[in-house]
Unconditional design. Sequence first.
Length: 265
Amino acid sequence: MNVTAIPTRDIDRTSRELGLSVCAGELDATLAALRTLSDADWSKPTDCTEWTVHDQLAHVVGQFEGLASLRVFFRRHRVGHRRYPDRTRLAAMTQQQVDDLGRHSPATLIARLATVGPKAIRASRRMPSLVRRLDGTRFFPEDPLPDSRLGYLLDVIAARDTWMHRVDIAVATGRPLAHAPHEQEIVAQVVRELGDAWTGPSVVLELTGPSGGRWTLGSGDPIATVHADTVDYLRTLAGRNDHPTLDIDGDPAVAEALRAARAVF
């Protein structure tokens, strides 16, 4: 049966409560994946070319520590910018996370993530609305966001970033990526932003796999229907995969725009 494509403009932004649920689900999935890795896996290179699997774990722990404590967030933001002035503030802060935590063993970092992750989610739940409305571009001026509010980083990006690093680790180690229902919201929000930024002709995008769906980018009559694996294409949007497999029914010219598109992760 042919499923009706949903216009991306009809995708609602993730609410605070839904964002907390998605983040908790992704935290559980990430911890489960990390606990399957062998000693040899931790030194393997990843699509984040400066980082190994171990470094990515350190970064994820650092992200949740920053969510759990604004003091930790601001310290790493300040120190990272001073230590790495040639990088964007976001890149400098994430590297500072790795610098601070990379000396710990994988077992220690996993235990730390299991402790600080739920604390971060509780801190996000308690955060006042006034703070959630703060302009995130004040902290990361070089990295434009589709939604500048701090609440967007908490509700949408926290889980999305963690999910993409879980994908990175699965790719690096050759492990299967376990799927869960919360991923559907992560994928839908990425597609929502893809649609908001889309300037090309109308296209039906069908992402396959457990977390996929069928959406319309642009307005008017679609000139093509494009089928792609969900994880494969989101890796492209994250800048990890320049050559996604796109099965196109209709005008093949849309492939260039879909391969060039990017989203915030």
